[in-house]
Ligand binder design. Structure first.
Ligand code: SF4
Ligand code: SF4
Length: 439
């Protein structure tokens, strides 16, 4: 694709990067076939190719983003399915991240939307605030009927619907500390305990810690780490995302100096995709930060990669259960981890089934299900129908967003690591108990 950026515009590093990306696109349109929003809406401007054209025009013109561009970019899930399909290697992720930042800088959203986005960016990355907000949601639920009809009400309703009716209590296992390896020590890792995940389902981190320590791996929960920055990064709030990332880099660097790290382990694949991209995010920062970010990106591993590296082995007999494996977009498209979770589940003794349209997003996509509830709802129903058709007794996935999105369907859901922990001597996950109950 030809571009017409001026020499002045190309002095900006982000524009230079986008220019390179745009020039690799050959307009073939292969990506449209696997784009969830194009599948649902059938509008070229809601396809990757259409969005690429819109972003190109917006950036080249140097003018503020228009309502039309914002509408179509906002509808993008950042699922990155288009990157898997593209034969030319177009890095759509970096392009749309730049577009979102540009929109944030140049476009004024309606008041209600600014409010919601502000609240989400303030609340979600901080577990304490998020916990309080979820408690508040339970009280606010009956009052949504009083809100005037419109998108604001739809979004508030979507938020309240997603908020669980009962919250698990905080688990002190997730606090800053070192969990010693059991038996002979084979490695040392830092675990990113995340923000929303540790509130919604602390059992995921607990299973990760139990399993790794039983395998002889010391698990450090570093003081000072927090949200990976993905939530604000995808809202175009780059400085906020960079601050979150900087806090993590500082915390992990300290642990590297203290006792060395074999990996930074991430068990929410949405966060994993972002941490693996820290090297790119910090490319223009001072050498100290750039080097730290590159080191961390190289060390960042999804929990399934760590388990494979340290040769996970089950200790229980095969449970005679069939699992439908839902491949989170951030894992399959963002990190290109496709076979590994299924291989581990099979090794653990489960029969693993894959749903039809496995490449399509479930509609969760960070805060997407809150900001675009209609499209997210359609994708959810489509995904649940495909998962149910596998005939499995439960669903496994490696991302808290997907587990929350799919959690109120007919099948119980569990994080992959909870199932692997159980089969290697951990406690029985609630999803297994539910799956074994007679229909
Ligand atoms: S598949 Fe790749 S090269 Fe083809 S239109 Fe889509 S982004 Fe461009
Ligand atoms: S990231 Fe997903 S929703 Fe966005 S353009 Fe690509 S395939 Fe479509």
């Amino acid at each position: 694709m030809q571009t017409t950026f001026t020499a002045e515009q190309l002095k900006d590093s982000a524009t230079r990067e986008s220019n390179t990306i745009l020039r690799t696109c050959v307009h073939c349109g292969f990506c449209t076939a696997t784009c969830p929003t194009f599948q649902l809406l059938g509008d070229e401007l809601d396809s990757p190719r259409g969005r690429i054209y819109l972003i190109k025009d917006m950036l080249e013109s140097g003018r503020p983003a228009t309502e039309e561009v914002v509408r179509h970019v906002d509808r993008c899930l950042s699922c990155l399915s288009c990157m898997t399909t593209c034969p030319s290697g177009v890095n759509y992720m970096h392009l749309v991240d730049h577009a979102r930042h540009y929109i944030e800088e140049t476009y004024q959203r309606p008041l209600g939307e600014r409010l919601l986005r502000g609240v989400l960016a303030f609340v979600l990355p901080k577990p304490g605030r998020f916990r309080l907000a979820l408690k508040g949601a339970a009280l606010a639920r009956p009052f949504t009927a009083l809100l005037p009809a419109g998108m604001f009400k739809t979004r508030v309703r979507a938020m309240l619907k997603l908020a669980p009716k009962q919250l698990p209590p905080p688990d002190p296992m997730q606090d800053a500390q070192t969990h010693k390896a059991l038996g002979e020590k084979r490695g040392r890792v830092a675990l990113l305990t995340g923000c929303a995940q540790q509130v919604l389902d602390p059992g995921i981190n607990a299973a990760t810690i139990r399993l790794l320590t039983r395998m002889g791996i010391e698990v450090v929960i570093p003081r000072g780490q927090g949200c990976c920055g993905a939530l604000t990064h995808h809202m175009g709030q780059t400085p906020r995302a960079m601050d979150s990332a900087r806090a993590n880099l500082r915390a992990w660097d300290r642990e590297m100096q203290r006792g060395g790290l074999d990996a930074v382990v991430i068990n929410a694949s949405g966060c994993g995709t972002t941490v693996k991209d820290y090297g790119f995010m910090f490319r223009d920062e001072k050498p100290k930060w750039k080097e730290r970010a590159e080191r961390v990106s190289a060390l960042a591993m999804d929990i399934t990669e760590v388990l494979a590296k340290f040769n996970y082995a089950p200790t229980r007999a095969a449970p005679g259960l069939t699992v439908a494996y839902h491949s989170a977009c951030s894992l399959q498209h963002g990190q290109k981890i496709t076979a590994l979770p299924k291989q581990l589940l099979t090794k653990a003794g489960f029969t693993v089934k894959e749903p039809a349209e496995g490449h399509l997003c479930c509609g969760s996509a960070g805060t997407y299900n809150l900001m675009q509830p209609e499209i997210a709802g359609q994708l959810k129903e489509r995904k649940l129908a495909n998962l149910n058709r596998t005939g499995a007794q439960l669903i496994a996935a490696g991302n808290i967003g997907c587990l929350t999105q799919l959690g109120d369907g007919a099948l119980p859901t569990a994080h992959t690591v909870e199932l692997l922990d159980w089969m290697a001597g951990g406690p029985e996950p609630a999803a297994i108990t539910q799956a074994r109950q007679p229909a």
